[in-house]
Design a binder for this molecule. Structure first.
Ligand SMILES: Cc1cc2nc3c(=O)[nH]c(=O)nc-3n(C[C@H](O)[C@H](O)[C@H](O)COP(=O)(O)O)c2cc1C
Length: 182
């Protein structure tokens, strides 16, 4: 057997900082259970399979949206455009689920989950697996519906702040640098 150095513990802050260099898009994941709508801002979203189309989202184990999503057995992911920071902030706020939807224009697809207006597009999924993952829960969804929205630049999340691309080759950071914490 080859000798290897023992693992050195990685601190959570350092991990977060490094992963902050990994730019992502921003989505709002929503679900409906009966009369209850819930939703949260999510950047831990991954396209995992094409045949069939499938998505994975990683949710903190204690978010309010999780029990609603589990009961619904379905969810939607609305992909935010560059001019939809306010929606990202709204769905990241620590307020009761119903408050997030007050006065907000939404429409619904086949799963009944609310889809946000004006996005790049939205995907509707049926939940196929729910897997605990340390302090998060992984939700695997098979895509059962897709809506193509505006063909504009995306909202980006980078170094704990929002960013936007002026054009595909240029990344523009907010004045004063990134600062928005997850
Ligand atoms: C840009 C951004 C990305 C986020 N990504 C995630 C994520 O991937 N998973 C998660 O659980 N929370 C994420 N959050 C935090 C949640 O949106 C936040 O905790 C929210 O208040 C949870 O809402 P809920 O308790 O109503 O479900 C993110 C926040 C921001 C601003």
């Amino acid at each position: 057997m080859t000798a290897t150095a023992p693992d050195v513990p990685v601190d959570s802050l350092g991990f977060r900082r490094l992963m902050g260099r990994w730019a992502t898009g921003v989505s709002v994941v929503t679900a409906r259970d009966g009369p209850t709508d819930a939703g949260l801002t999510v950047n831990a979203l991954l396209s995992v399979s094409v045949h069939p189309p499938a998505l994975l989202v990683s949710l903190m184990h204690d978010v309010d949206t999780l029990p609603v999503l589990r009961r619904a057995g379905a969810f939607a992911a609305s992909l935010l455009a560059h001019d939809q920071r306010a929606l990202s902030d709204r769905f990241a706020a620590a307020v009761p689920p119903a408050e997030k939807f007050l006065g907000l224009a939404v429409h619904r697809g086949s799963t009944g989950a609310p889809l946000l207006d004006g996005t790049l597009g939205a995907l509707e999924c049926r939940v196929r697996a729910v897997t605990p993952a340390f302090d998060h829960v992984l939700i695997l969804g098979e895509v059962v519906g897709q809506e193509v929205g505006r063909d504009v630049l995306p909202l980006l999340f980078y170094r704990s702040g929002y960013a936007a691309a002026d054009e595909p080759n240029s990344l523009r950071l907010p004045p004063g640098g990134p600062g928005r914490k997850r």
